[in-house]
Structure formats: C-alpha cells, structure tokens
Design a protein around this ligand. Structure first.
Ligand code: ADP
Ligand code: ZN
Ligand code: MG
Length: 490
C-alpha cells in the first residue's frame, strides 16, 4: 500500500525528524577530554565527563560557534541569551544521572531547509529548533560482534563518547513521504558537511536520526504519532518509515486507533515491533544547570559566525553551472556532496570541465560505490584523474582504453602515464608501423581486397576491424582508415 510517496488510499503520511549531529571539536562539550572515534574503551574520560561529584563543567566555546553556524545555515533565529538544563534520567551509559541539554531556551528556532526533490521541485521543511547538548556513553555487548569476551551475555560500558558535543535539530512535521525524509536527511548532511563542523557519518554515529510518523487524511488535524528510534542508514530510514506507515494504515483499516509508541524496525526482516507504549510522557524533571553560566550571544558574535559560513550547497550548485557550464542536473549531483564537489573541482581545474564531470559522476562514482569507499578513501587522486583526461584529450589513448587505465589506477593507485607506458597501451600513431600492419592484413585477405576494389566499399569495416584486432584497439582510427584506403586503392 505504501509507495513511499504519501498516496495511501486517501491517507497521507506526516513525518517530523529529530537529528543528532556530533560536532568535530578537539575536546568535549564541558571538559578537555579529546573527541575521538574508535579508541580503547574508557581512555578519553575525566571526572567531569564521568560526572564525579564536585567536578565543574565549562562550556566549550568552539562547540557553541559550530552549533551557531548550523543554526544560521538553517536560517534560524539565534537566541541572544540561552542556558543549559539538566535532563534527568537513569541509564547505565549516563553516569551523572542527567544529561546537560537545552530545554525552553534553545540556541536557534524557526528555521527551514529547502529540499530539492527528485522531480526538480523544492519542498520547504521547517526547523522547529536547534539546540546543544552532550552525548552519552555507549553500551557494548561484551560477547557481540564488537565485544571482546567470547560467549558473554552481558554489556560493558564505554564512556569515551560521553560528553561529546551534540547538536539536535528538530523539524516541523512537514515531511510527507519516506522519499522526502531521505532527501531531507541527505541534504541536511551535505549542508553540515559543507560547514565542516561534523563528520556527519551515519555508520560511525556522528549523524543519527529518530523519525516521528503519523497518518491522516489531508486537511485533517495531525494523527497520533509513533517514533522510530536510531535509524542508522538512509536506506533503513526510508524502509522503516514505509513499514511503519503501512502498519498504522492497517491498524486504521481494522478499525483500531493508532497508539502512541516507540517502535523498532528490524532491517533484516523488514518488520516493525512496538517497543513501549508512550502513554505517560517521560518526566525528565528539567531544571536549569546550576554549574554553568548563561550563554550570551551578542550581535558581533552572531555576525562573526555568519561570516564564517562557507559557500553552501545551493550557492555552489549555481556557481558550478556558471563557472563550468554544467547542466543543472550535473551541478546538482556534484554539489550534492561536499567531498564529491571538491574532487570534481580539483579535476576540472586542469582541463575540460564537461569531461571531468562525466568521469567523476560516471566511472569514479561507480568505483567508489562498488568498493564502498568515501571520496577521501579513493586510490585515484584528482590530479591523476586529470592526467588521464589529458591523455584522452591529446590522443594518447582512446576513451575506451581510458576505462581500462582507470580501472588499473583504482586498483594500484599508480599514475595513468606509467600504466599506459608499462602496458604499452598508447595509441599507435606511427605511420610506418601501422602501414606495415595494414599491408600484412591486405595481403592475408586477397578475396576481401578484390571485393573492395570491385566496388563493395562496405568491406572497409572488415579491414578496420582486423587492424584493431591486431593492435588490440590501439591503432589511431583516423590514420588506420586512411592507410587501409591507400593500400586498397593505391
Ligand atoms: P514530543 O512531545 O513527543 O517530543 P514534539 O511535539 O516535541 O513531540 O515533536 C517531536 C517531533 O515529532 C518533531 O520532529 C515533530 O515535527 C514531530 N511530530 C509532532 N507531532 C507529529 C505528528 N502528529 N506526526 C508526525 N510527526 C510529529
Ligand atoms: Zn572529560
Ligand atoms: Mg519534544
């Protein structure tokens, strides 16, 4: 029933997202422990992030700057005066018994992101709030895949992540389909990647997403929502939403009301399980954090952060169209990822931009996808791809052979010039050498030669094919053509 586009037998889906972004600061939100990923457990901790009594947090100024840039990039109004609250709850990964977060005075409110949809139209999603908080630690199943104790059936806690600066972004319930949700998240990720304030990597958890979803007939008031927690990939987000929309619709069809709940999507089975009924709202007993001073962001600070904003994706797309004469589609794809756009611009700096765009979006992207690599992990440096395009442009190799050279570059990390030389792939433009090959072929095929001479010019194709076969595709095609004609007619 659910087709991912919100047309479900007269019902529409209503979706709002809550996104957590880990900031790429050197140190944690309220202490001087290093922010890292993948270190030995419990080696990046101190009395402050472990919540020892008597320790005092101090706000990381860089984190406030980064959070402000995110809020500004989303066109939020920045609070001139803001404070932190304690959000009280018990969980083993939260040694303090509370998380320092923001409550009724968030850093930013009332923003929006204009999301480009696949059909080229734009859909505006409101940003309710952007606030700062600290991350919790992490429970690691001792016997699991990442655990170290064989057969263990308990969990251990790693506090390294505890206290990492987080920004939470809450959207208005403006999203109408799983596809829109996916596009929104993708473009939000790209925006933050352009800001350079986070790795925004879903696999590593520096970008995390909870999705709230309900269904209704268009024009009706909002329906009761459920919450999908921790959707940790773009695909699972879309699939999870579709499964949950479907579940709610079948409840309604069966005459049952949707009940407020947290639900879990199992990607391996595609099924939804209802975890806990959320009928009584959590009571976090928020109160102002007494150990931290209020944050005053004056106009000078806000303007400084605004000035620090780099070129954002929408502006970049326009510039790519202008500067490199790319189509809107190509510019959209290349500006759709900061790393891909940067890579393209380095390749295009040295040659034909259209050719560069084709290769970056074609063979290069296919190679990354096939190997599951990020742009930064590529074995093909942009300068090397530029050199390959140069070899095509100056006629050293054909476009067809260039694909093989590229594959060899991707495998070995070697320079294209070296691969062409070592494998003897260069185009044969040496007239004497080609003339000898042509002569040999004409001599070996006397009946075809006679046919040509008696007027069947189509036999030409046969001779070209033979020359290409003999030279393994390396003969300069124009030269080969004229030499064959000369040999047959002369
Ligand atoms: P809660 O009180 O449960 O935290 P909020 O009103 O703060 O709910 O909203 C949390 C998120 O849920 C926001 O992203 C918001 O857009 C979304 N949301 C709120 N109501 C609905 C609804 N009826 N259907 C879908 N999403 C909703
Ligand atoms: Zn610490
Ligand atoms: Mg809320």
């Amino acid at each position: 029933m659910s087709d991912g586009h919100g047309t479900n037998g007269g019902y529409e889906a209503v979706i709002g997202l809550e996104i957590h972004v880990q900031l790429k600061t050197n140190t944690k939100m309220f202490c001087s422990c290093a922010v890292t990923f993948g270190e030995e457990p419990n080696t990046r901790v101190c009395p402050i992030c472990l919540g020892h009594p008597g320790s005092l947090p101090v706000t990381n100024e860089r984190a406030v700057e980064y959070a402000t840039r995110i809020a500004l990039a989303l066109d939020c109004a920045i609070a001139p005066h803001t404070i932190f609250h304690r959000k009280n709850y018990f969980y083993p990964d939260l040694p303090k018994g509370y998380q320092i977060s923001q409550y009724d005075l968030p850093l930013g409110v009332g923003g929006h992101l204009d999301v480009e949809l696949e059909d080229g139209s734009t859909h505006r999603v409101g940003i309710t709030r952007v606030h700062m908080e600290e991350d919790a630690g992490k429970l690691v199943h001792a016997g699991g895949a990442t655990g170290r104790i064989h057969g263990a059936d308990y969990s251990l806690v790693d506090f390294n992540r505890g206290g990492t600066p987080l920004v939470e972004i809450v959207t208005e319930p403006d999203i109408r389909s799983s596809e829109q949700a996916r596009s929104f998240l993708n473009q939000l990720k790209n925006l933050i990647e352009h800001l350079g304030v986070s790795d925004v990597n879903m696999e590593e958890g520096s970008l995390r997403c909870d999705a709230n979803v309900s269904v209704r007939r268009p024009g009706e008031p909002l329906g009761t929502k459920t919450e999908l927690k921790n959707m940790n990939s773009f695909r699972f987000l879309a699939r999870g939403l579709e499964a949950e929309i479907e579940r709610q619709l079948s409840d309604l069809e069966a005459g049952e009301a949707v009940r407020q709940a947290t639900v879990h999507f199992d990607p391996s089975t595609g099924s939804i399980s209802v975890l806990r009924s959320k009928e009584e709202a959590h009571d976090y007993r928020y109160f102002p954090e007494p150990d931290l001073v209020p944050i005053v962001l004056d106009q000078a600070f806000i303007e400084k952060q605004r000035a620090e904003l780099p070129e954002l994706p929408a502006a970049r797309k326009e510039r790519l169209i202008e500067q490199y004469a790319l189509s809107a589609y190509d510019a959209g794809v290349l500006a759709g990822s900061r790393s891909l756009g940067d890579y393209f611009e380095r390749v295009a700096a040295e040659g034909d931009a259209k050719l560069a765009a084709n290769w970056v979006m074609g063979d290069f992207s296919a190679y990354l996808n096939a190997q599951g690599l990020a742009v930064e992990e590529s074995r093909v440096a942009p300068e090397d791809l530029a050199e390959l395009l140069e070899l095509i442009a100056d006629g050293t190799i054909s476009g067809k052979l260039a694909k093989d050279v590229f594959a060899a570059m991707a495998e070995s990390g070697q320079k294209p010039g070296r691969i062409v030389e070592e494998r003897g792939l260069g185009q044969i433009s040496d007239e004497t050498a080609l003339e000898a090959i042509v002569a040999g072929i004409v001599e070996a095929n006397p009946s075809a030669a006679t046919e040509y001479r008696s007027g069947n010019k189509k036999v030409m194709g046969f001779f070209v094919g033979q020359v290409m076969k003999e030279t393994k595709g390396r003969a300069n095609p124009q030269l080969a053509n004229s030499l064959i004609r000369k040999a047959l007619e002369g």
